[in-house]
Design a binder for this molecule. Structure first.
Ligand SMILES: [Zn+2]
Length: 125
């Protein structure tokens, strides 16, 4: 049995979109290298999507290990230029993954944290 509690429907028009562990997802097939990636299906809206959708790994041309390495360097506070040198990728690639991960981390933060204190430095919410 596949563990799907951390996943939710990615269709924004679905009434169950964003509901984790709702029981509406099933694995329809496996794909990718060694068939390790799962294709999920929502029983509510019938949409199918990759388990990687909504992550920096979705449609990534780089292998998973390299993306994880890039983001691990950034998470440790290592700057873009140093990360570029340490992971042997172009600076624009590092910047792209930082943007993707940052946007997705922001969405996850809004989902998991009920209240965030006001921050005068960032008037946009
Ligand atoms: Zn759905």
């Amino acid at each position: 049995m596949d563990e799907l509690r951390r996943f939710c429907c990615q269709n924004p028009d679905c009434p169950d979109a964003g509901k984790r562990g709702h029981g509406n997802l099933t694995v329809t097939m496996r794909y990718g290298p060694d068939k390790l990636r799962r294709m999920l299906r929502c029983s509510t809206c019938k949409a199918r999507f990759s388990e990687r959708k909504g992550t920096p790994l979705f449609a990534s041309p780089l292998p998973t290990e390299r993306v994880v390495s890039i983001l691990a360097h950034v998470a440790e506070g290592i700057g873009t230029r140093k990360t570029t040198r340490l992971t042997c990728v172009h600076q624009d690639t590092v910047t792209r993954y930082i943007r993707q991960a940052g946007d997705q981390a922001h969405q996850l933060h809004n989902e998991l944290v009920a209240f965030s204190p006001d921050d005068e430095r960032c008037p946009v919410r």
